[in-house]
Design a binder for this molecule. Structure first.
Ligand SMILES: NC(=O)c1ccc[n+]([C@@H]2O[C@H](COP(=O)([O-])OP(=O)(O)OC[C@H]3O[C@@H](n4cnc5c(N)ncnc54)[C@H](OP(=O)(O)O)[C@@H]3O)[C@@H](O)[C@H]2O)c1
Length: 263
């Protein structure tokens, strides 16, 4: 029988690395994946240095077609089955739709949407059999359209919608949680806007470690949606309940101030 593991995508840094550390402390056997084998090895070594089982690693571009099947084959070859899936790998892109790099923009859909969906569907039978769980990393951006970062915001709206529907379909059998962080200082900001990053209000900012702790606790408790931090909860609430005619000019103005991009 295959050993049951928690598979974490995008675990080579940032929130994924922090989630790996929290999950390891919770006693999970881990498989970590991302593109950078060197960074994955460093995360696995750090977990082993804490006296936990050393995670398996699979270095892979999840944005590429067929990645979910290749990952499943790599796990099967090691006699591992997935009981919990943490879909965390993702990136953003700052720029107007008409002016931005097309491949970089469409790549967001490949990774944040298609890979997340394909991995979930690929491993769902094993997860259901194990009565395990799926933790999807969405964002406060899931709650509103984002001129200046349009595809990223739309991708995270998909992640929240998909996760909530999945939670309902599997209610009572499998835990499904959408984790919706506000701004977290990681490599995300530099990748989304090279050389400039993305500024954010201090009140909304939270460390990757704290987000991972809160997200993992919510996941263990079977919460459907987790928005870490009081002020991020406020943002999500008002974004969700305000008319789009108010939200769109506001987010456009904020985008212009934050990274010089208007709708
Ligand atoms: N930081 C924030 O403010 C924030 C806020 C809300 C939500 N989020 C979400 O949180 C998640 C993690 O982001 P983060 O802030 O931790 O960013 P990050 O530090 O840039 O981490 C992103 C992770 O995804 C991996 N990744 C990127 N492209 C990949 C690909 N094609 N194939 C496989 N793995 C890939 C990266 O590893 P490699 O480069 O080694 O592949 C890395 O491990 C994302 O879904 C992001 O949208 C972030």
């Amino acid at each position: 029988m295959a050993a049951a593991v928690t598979l974490i995508t995008g675990a080579s840094g940032g929130i994924g690395q922090a989630l790996a550390q929290v999950a390891a402390r919770a006693g999970r056997r881990l498989v970590l994946t991302a593109r950078s084998a060197a960074c994955l090895n460093a995360v696995a070594d750090a977990i082993a240095a804490e006296g936990r089982a050393r995670p398996d690693i699979v270095a892979l571009d999840l944005g590429a077609a067929g990645a979910a099947d290749r990952l499943a084959e790599a796990l099967a070859a090691r006699g591992l089955g997935v009981a919990e899936l943490v879909n965390n790998a993702g990136y953003g892109y700052v720029g107007r739709l008409a002016k931005g790099d097309r491949a970089e923009q469409v790549g967001i859909v490949d990774l944040n949407v298609r890979a997340l969906t394909d991995l979930t569907l690929r491993f769902l039978p094993e997860i259901v059999a194990a009565r395990g769980g799926v933790l999807n990393v969405a964002s406060v951006a899931s709650y509103l359209p984002g001129p200046g970062m349009a595809i990223y915001y739309a991708s995270k709206a998909y992640v929240l919608s998909f996760s909530e529907a999945l939670a309902q379909e599997l209610k009572g059998d499998v835990r499904v949680t959408a984790l919706c962080p506000g701004p977290v200082p990681t490599a995300f900001q530099e990748r989304a806007n090279p050389g400039r990053g993305i500024s954010s209000p201090v009140l909304l900012r939270m460390s990757a470690d704290r987000v991972a702790e809160i997200g993992w606790r919510g996941f263990e408790r079977g919460k459907r949606v987790v928005v870490p931090g009081f002020f991020n909860k406020l943002v999500a609430f008002f974004a969700w309940h305000s008319p789009r005619s108010l939200i769109l000019p506001l987010t456009s103005e904020v985008a212009t101030r934050r990274h010089g991009e208007a709708s």
